[in-house]
Design a protein around this ligand. Structure first.
Ligand code: NAD
Length: 477
């Protein structure tokens, strides 16, 4: 059932020509699903040459035609959603229902960017002199190198490929080493829909070799990366050396404020579901819960009951609500953060242990009254762990929300319009969701500030990153 993972270079699918191979593991069992031959530097050079040729072709296709092809791709994706979801579940362990949502929402993303590409308007600017016409246009920036993580194996490639294609760019995609097949099948869909073969390259192998080679190449004009802040820094520095444009969607440590005037049951329902989605391996996952003292016990009791009631199951487990962590490294990293917090005096309300010894399952975990010096208060957990702390003062809660250098998502629940406005204004984050969970729709801005990165992966802002501006001023005399 797991497809053979190949590279897509110069319009053909073939194994890489490097001497290294990599295995893909099923995180629900820890057993291999398949193996692929890594891409070599010589392969990357061929992919770069193809990408330049692809750019020349695709940038001359009208926005109207590009839209039609991309909409066809979205339709094919919807038709084959169950096949995609099955592969996604195999390589990431995401429960089938959650995988199906990710596939359907990826089709929405492709469709939305397809449409938005037709609205990349320019401007005619009134001139100072008679017979002068000043026209500002948007032109595709050039071949793009896109690097996507394992936590959303189709959503992330869909965002980056769609934005590039909609703007008229060619793109070379490097998916996560752990989850290459879902992304590979998405590339196949775009090609089947009519994207010319040299327009999309697909390369997988040793990540630093690939990113260093692609970013340094004069052919690549734009870099889009989603992943950890540490790697984002490295890639930004390299891109800076070569004066390349970047979109960086990096880590987060989202504060979630629950005030005494909030609808507490709704806050539990929304925030607990958001916390344990994808086993907490989500950059916008609510992590530091800052709960008003007067509702802390009610919130905490209901939250722990939700966590304990989750059906944590293997990949094929039909009713599973939470799957395993993506790989063994995450299991170790998450457990180390939890044990450190407990050793420093945090109250472990539930979880705090691996489940079984097969696969990478970790119990939904709730820590209460966690001291500030605990590592988890300062480092991204990226796992199914909620930290519940008490608060009672608005300036103090805002200070705590803004304390870290992360600034991706933030959440707040309050019945007061005034407080909602205060949180919306004062919290340093790229996205703030108040009284509901409303982030990550294709038409909405998606991106962070501070060490959570820059640029946007959603909304019309996302397309801007793929355009150069060009001014043509003409004296028609
Ligand atoms: P990791 O840093 O080893 O890998 C994360 C991702 O970055 C992988 O997909 C990998 O392919 C890619 N990567 C690693 N080195 C690279 C390089 N030199 N060039 C290009 N890509 C490279 O971390 P991990 O243990 O797999 O994941 C844990 C951390 O990753 C989390 O703490 C989180 O901060 C981050 N992460 C963030 C997101 C996000 O949505 N922002 C998604 C996944 C992982």
């Amino acid at each position: 059932m797991y497809p053979e993972v190949l590279q897509h270079i110069q319009g053909s699918w073939a194994p890489g020509s490097d001497s290294h191979r990599r295995a893909v593991l099923n995180p629900a069992t820890g057993e291999p699903l398949g193996e692929y031959v890594c891409v070599s530097k010589a392969d990357l050079d061929r992919a770069l040459a193809a990408s330049l040729e692809g750019f020349r072709i695709w940038s001359r296709v009208s926005a109207f035609e590009r839209c039609k092809i991309m909409r066809r791709a979205a339709g094919l994706l919807r038709e084959r959603a169950s096949e995609f979801a099955a592969i996604l579940t195999l390589e990431l362990g995401k429960p089938p229902a959650e995988a199906a949502i990710e596939v359907q929402s990826s089709a929405d993303i492709v469709e939305w960017f397809a449409e938005e590409g037709r609205r990349a308007y320019g401007q005619v600017i009134p001139a100072r002199a008679d017979l002068v016409q000043q026209v500002l246009t948007r032109e595709p920036v050039g071949p793009v190198a896109a690097f996507t993580p394992w936590n959303f194996p189709i959503n992330q490639p869909a965002r980056k490929i769609s934005a590039a294609l909609a703007a008229g760019c060619s793109v070379i995609l490097k998916p996560a080493e752990e989850t290459p097949a879902t992304a590979m099948e998405l590339v196949r869909i775009f090609l089947e829909a009519g994207v010319p073969p040299t327009v999309i390259g697909f390369v997988v192998g040793e990540p630093s070799t690939i990113s260093e080679h692609l970013i340094s190449s004069p052919i690549i004009r734009k870099i889009s990366f989603t992943g950890s802040t540490a790697i984002g820094r490295r890639l930004s520095a390299l891109a800076g050396e070569h004066l390349k444009r970047t979109t960086m969607e990096l880590g987060g440590h989202a504060p979630a404020i629950v005030w005494d005037d909030a609808d507490t049951p709704a806050a539990v329902r929304v925030l607990a579901a958001a916390k344990f989605r994808n086993a907490g391996q989500v950059c916008i996952s609510p992590t530091r819960f800052l709960v008003h003292d007067s509702v802390f016990d009610a919130f905490s009791t209901a939250f722990v009951a939700f966590a304990k009631g989750l059906d944590v199951g293997p990949d094929a487990h039909a009713g599973g609500q939470m799957g395993p962590l993506a790989h063994a490294r995450r299991l170790e990293a998450v457990d180390a953060l939890v044990q450190d917090a407990v050793a420093r005096g945090a109250d472990l309300a539930c979880g705090g242990r691996r489940i079984g010894n097969r696969g990478f399952f970790y119990a939904p975990t709730v820590l209460r009254d966690v001291p500030m010096e605990a590592r988890i208060m300062n480092e991204e957990a990226f796992g199914p762990v909620a930290v519940l702390n008490r608060t009672r003062d608005v300036p103090a809660v805002i200070e705590e929300a803004n304390r870290l250098d992360y600034g991706l998502a933030a959440y707040a629940f309050t019945g007061s319009a005034k407080l909602a406005a205060t949180f919306g204004r004062e919290i340093e984050a790229g996205m703030i969701s108040i009284n509901h969970s409303g982030l990550a729709l294709p038409e909405l801005h998606f991106g962070g500030v501070k060490s959570s990165g820059h640029g946007s992966e959603g909304g019309s802002e996302a397309l801007e990153a793929y355009f150069n501006l060009k001014l043509v001023t003409t004296l028609a005399d």
